[in-house]
Write a protein that binds this ligand. Sequence first.
Ligand code: DC
Length: 221
Amino acid sequence: MKINVAVDGPAGAGKSTLAKAAAKELGFIYVDTGALYRSIAYYVIKKGADPKSAEQVVPLLDEINPELRYTDGVQHVFVNGEDVSGLIRTPEISMGASGVSAIPQVREFLFKLQKDIAAENNIIMDGRDIGTVVLPHAQVKVYLTASDKVRADRRYKELCEKGQAPSYDEVLADIRQRDYNDMNRDISPLRQAEDAVLLDTSDDTLEQALQRLVSLIKEKM
Ligand code: DC
């Protein structure tokens, strides 16, 4: 029986940074499911289609083969054999991913891929619906969050470090818009699973948040 840890929460809560570091410490595989939704958005946008339009997106699913591959424990996302890992981290793709993720056929399309990885490996999987829908029987469930201002602050610094020059107000507005989209869509909306532990990292340094997350996982394992 493999150990499955589900980490859900809103955009910019530090899920990927923390889940990745915790996985390394525990010797687990880290699975970033947002990257899968982003890879669909990437393909759809490249084709000139509207990520929010089910009518335009659904027919394209037949042409998309998303894959997760791991090199030295690091996740790479491939679309039809192309490594798109670096290309899917832009504000346009973030919003596009939020758009395609509200389409039921897209969620269904990615469901089996996520289930299969979890069945075969000890994993920490992060996303929006992992504890509620994808892995309802995960041994450990965490709902990771922080205030929207703290999350916008972190995202702003991250984008600046990557050499992008965003406006802080836009980053905050984007976070709020994505929270709204992710929490209010009809299918698999973001919410804390009943049996998930709430971890609010607004007042934590990265190291403090990581230690809280790792202790929590060890306690429940
Ligand atoms: O975690 P992220 O920012 O990379 O996710 C991008 C978008 O994908 C996010 O706005 C909502 C969607 N998503 C989802 O609906 N379900 C998941 N399990 C992961 C991401």
